[in-house]
Design a protein around this ligand. Structure first.
Ligand SMILES: *Cc1c(COP(=O)(O)O)cnc(C)c1O
Length: 567
């Protein structure tokens, strides 16, 4: 979008705003110590949308930028995101020292490249690869999104090879994923001309892929299935074992297909780190997911986000293929390097190398036990939070929890006490450390005038950033329901989580009281009150507009809201 140059009044306001609260500046007023300087600001043509003719002093620009960024949220209180926000002192040092290394420059930085290779090997082993074979290959990417593009593309080429060998058309490839997918998965389909077959979720199957539905979606043109190990919406692990069983049956009934052994790519953006470190094998088996990685014959590739639970800074993802054979030669480029030949197969060429160093540092400093300890703590806090929402005498009956971490593996029951979660963590269901919850049906029927979204808005007053969003597209209307979601990253300690529960309780109490107050005055019109409160919570006055016309309603139907864009 092109923006016009701001005029001087705008610039004055901008500077006034940006410099108020400026620290450590000798004249105490940043760029505008007196009005005569305004002219010089005009001369240097300060404009937020045009590169100035003449540069400004670096210290001034530093203060200007720093102050403007104060308006951003506090990353630690951002409970909406999976992306890591903690870096220790020594990692920070390594980052500073290696900030300008390019991961694409193999000649110049051979040790960086070595560390990259070591990380890939570590990940392959972590993901149940056969250590005797040592055939895995992979690469660092900018995030899971780039990794997913590569995983999808490799499956597409494999499918084309099978179909060409049988003299069949390669015109209509499709890929299958549940509607609980993150936007990156749909992007793959759209960017690489593959039909995206979204399998809608339902309440009964925990808002993630129902493998039995695959019968309606798989055909000879299915290049593969994206199975999500930890959905962004509710943190559920989709069931790779069951998907495999259904594919076995489908293929057995269609022996004439040239497309055999339909592969699975596992989207382990969060689960790629959480599952192997946090849960025991027997816990995963009891959950029906003994094989979630390369030990499953259909799993050909897995991606993860180093910058989520790999605990690096933003800008790092990984993809690993189980075997060399799954990445066909036409997707690889050979480069001469130090007398040898090096292959490159990611989408980006130049990219920062320091995140790889940070990842390697994390693997060594934390080790398996360190990751376990951190994740076990986060999972406990997530379970404690859910437990409090459900069992605390003040909160009882207000919320339902949609995520499943707090449920017993055998009978889905909630623990008797918080202690049980700490003492027997492996008796409860695996998942991503988050809590997705919603107002209970009982509460909603008693208080139809309270929109759930306003809880999210009011919590912002206390600094908490907690999204409220609709569930993924479903077969049973559950996508009309909304959930609030809190991600428990490693910084979120138990006492913070309990403070949050308190704050949520106070918000709900305030809403009930406000409603009671209003009903006395507002003729008991629940719907009108709902509308007013909705408007406050959405920061938009559109809801108070007169009833929309039929054609407006029709248009709105096509504007789909979802939560796939989350990070
Ligand atoms: C975050 C996420 C992605 C996208 O990952 P980036 O690293 O942000 O590119 C894809 N899938 C799932 C399940 C995610 O949670």
């Amino acid at each position: 979008m092109l923006h016009k140059e701001t005029d001087i009044e705008d610039a004055k306001r901008f500077f006034h705003h940006s410099t108020s609260g400026l620290e450590g500046n000798p004249d105490g007023f940043g760029l505008l110590p007196d009005s005569s300087k305004v002219a010089s600001v005009k001369e240097t043509r300060i404009d937020k949308y045009t590169i100035p003719k003449k540069g400004l002093q670096n210290e001034h620009v530093y203060n200007l930028v720093k102050n403007e960024l104060r308006l951003d949220g506090n990353p630690v209180l951002n409970l909406a995101s999976f992306v890591n926000t903690f870096t220790d002192e020594f990692a920070q040092k390594l980052i500073d020292e290696n900030l300008n290394k390019n991961l694409a420059d193999n000649d110049e930085y051979p040790q960086l490249i070595q560390m990259n290779e070591r990380c890939i090997s570590m990940l392959a082993k972590l993901w149940q690869s056969d250590t005797d074979k040592d055939t895995a290959l992979g690469c660092a990417t900018t995030g899971s999104s780039e990794a997913i593009m590569l995983g999808g593309l490799a499956m597409k080429r494999q499918w084309e090879k099978k179909m060409k060998a049988a003299n069949k058309s390669i015109e209509k490839p499709n890929i299958i994923m549940s509607s609980a997918c993150q936007v990156a998965l749909e992007k793959f389909a759209r960017y690489f001309d593959v039909e995206c077959r979204l399998v809608p979720v339902d309440t009964e199957h925990g808002f993630h892929l129902n493998p039995n539905k695959l019968w309606d979606y798989v055909n000879e043109n299915t290049i593969g299935i994206f199975v999500i190990l930890g959905t962004t919406y509710t943190g559920h692990l989709e069931n790779i074992e069951q998907v495999g069983e259904v594919l076995d049956r489908i293929e057995a009934e269609n022996t004439e297909w040239s497309n055999k052994n339909i592969p699975i790519h596992v989207d382990g953006a969060s689960g790629g780190f959480i599952v192997p470190f946090a849960f025991t094998e027997s816990q995963m088996s009891k959950y029906g997911l003994g094989r979630w990685g390369f030990s499953h014959p259909r799993v050909v590739s897995i991606n993860t986000s180093g910058h989520k639970f790999g605990l690096t800074t933003p800008g790092l993802g990984w993809i690993v293929w189980k075997d060399d054979e799954y990445l066909l030669p036409e997707l690889r480029f050979k480069l001469k390097y130090l007398g040898g030949i090096e292959e490159t197969f990611n989408l980006n060429f130049s990219r920062p190398g320091f995140q790889v160093i940070h990842q390697y540092y994390n693997f060594l400093t934390l080790g398996q036990q360190g990751y376990y300890k951190k994740f076990n703590q986060s999972i406990f806090v997530a379970r404690a939070f859910a437990w409090k929402l459900l069992e605390d005498p003040d909160m009882k009956g207000i919320f339902e929890v949609v995520s499943c971490l707090h449920e017993n593996l055998e009978n889905s029951a909630v623990a008797d006490s918080l202690d049980d979660y700490w003492k027997q963590p492996h008796e409860y269901k695996p998942g991503i450390p988050l809590c997705a919850f919603k107002l209970s049906e009982k509460f909603k029927s008693e208080h139809p005038e309270i929109p759930q979204a306003i809880i999210s808005t009011l919590l912002r007053q206390r600094g908490w950033i907690i999204p409220n969003y609709p569930l993924p597209e479903s077969t049973d209307g559950s996508d009309k329901k909304e959930v609030l979601r809190v991600v428990f990253r490693i910084e979120m300690a138990l006492d913070m989580a309990l403070l949050l529960v308190r704050d949520i309780f106070e918000v709900v109490e305030k809403l009930i009281k406000s409603y009671e107050y209003l009903t006395v005055r507002a003729d008991n019109d629940n719907h009108a009150i709902f509308k007013v409160l909705s408007t406050l919570s959405n920061a938009s006055i559109e809801d108070l507009a007169p009833e929309p016309t039929e054609s407006q309603k029709e248009k709105e139907k096509h504007v789909k809201k979802n939560y796939r864009g989350t990070c």
